[in-house]
Design a protein around this ligand. Structure first.
Ligand code: HEC
Length: 213
């Protein structure tokens, strides 16, 4: 094995005042949360320290304002798989790293590169469409697996017994399909409403007619 003590280009105006490094902490957060869209070869790549370093301030701003990773759904209304949002401690670490001079650290600590899992490809098909002008009353029981809003909106289900279930509260629209952590079972007679725009609810495709979206 070749050992290399490379200092890299000197970034003179950013004195290092943090122990948080790219190779130990930040590369792992980026691998888990960002590389799906910012991997090698993408227009803005964070695959290596050299590529990510010039973006440090922008990365700080994007995670601090929770603009990145794009998600848009407010936490607490609905539970979803594939939620890539950073935890508070992760945001804190990124901010401290950037404000502390964004040091690289020792390359021996870099995580193994790994292929990033794509968004869960589950079998599902369009079960129902709801629009703000047309609430949906379920004619039978459904187990919805995902929701695909077409604008920022809130989707709320009122069950026949009066209970209210918040399916999603989407503040920013990113064109995503939101897969529920567990299928949301709603009995016949449930009324589903959206506050604006429209949304498609997906359920498991009948085995004979699988449609992938
Ligand atoms: C689902 C895809 C996706 C994920 C995941 C994602 N991004 Fe992005 N990001 C984008 C897109 C799309 C753009 C728009 C620019 C482009 O790539 O063309 C962007 C732009 C950015 C920019 C540039 C913003 C600017 O204009 O200054 C930064 C910085 C950024 N992302 C940081 C991050 C960080 C940090 C993460 C992980 C914590 C992350 N992104 C995760 C899709 C994503």
């Amino acid at each position: 094995m070749l050992l290399c003590i490379c200092s890299g280009p000197i970034l003179a105006h950013d004195p290092v005042t943090t122990r948080i490094t790219w190779t130990q902490e930040i590369s792992r957060i980026v691998q888990n949360r960002c590389l799906r869209c910012h991997g090698e070869g993408s227009s803005i790549s964070f695959a290596t320290y050299a590529e990510a370093r010039p973006w440090a301030k922008a990365i700080r701003n994007q995670v601090l304002t929770r603009k990145m990773p794009p998600w848009g759904a407010v936490h607490g209304a609905g539970e979803f798989r594939d939620d890539p949002s950073l935890t508070e401690p992760e945001i804190e670490r990124v901010v401290q790293w950037v404000e502390g001079g964004a040091p690289e650290g020792d390359p021996i600590y870099l995580p193994r590169p790994r292929s990033v899992p794509a968004v869960a490809a589950i079998r599902r098909h369009e079960a129902a469409r709801i629009s703000s002008t047309q609430p949906l009353t379920l004619k039978r029981e459904y187990a919805f697996t995902a929701i695909r809003p077409d604008s920022p909106l809130e989707a709320v289900a009122t069950l026949p017994d009066g209970r209210v279930e918040h399916l999603i509260w989407l503040k920013d629209y990113h064109g995503l399909t939101y897969v529920f952590r567990d299928p949301v079972r709603l009995p016949k007679g449930t009324v589903v409403r959206v506050t604006r725009g429209s949304a498609v609810l997906l359920d498991l495709a009948p085995v004979a007619s699988v449609a992938l979206h």
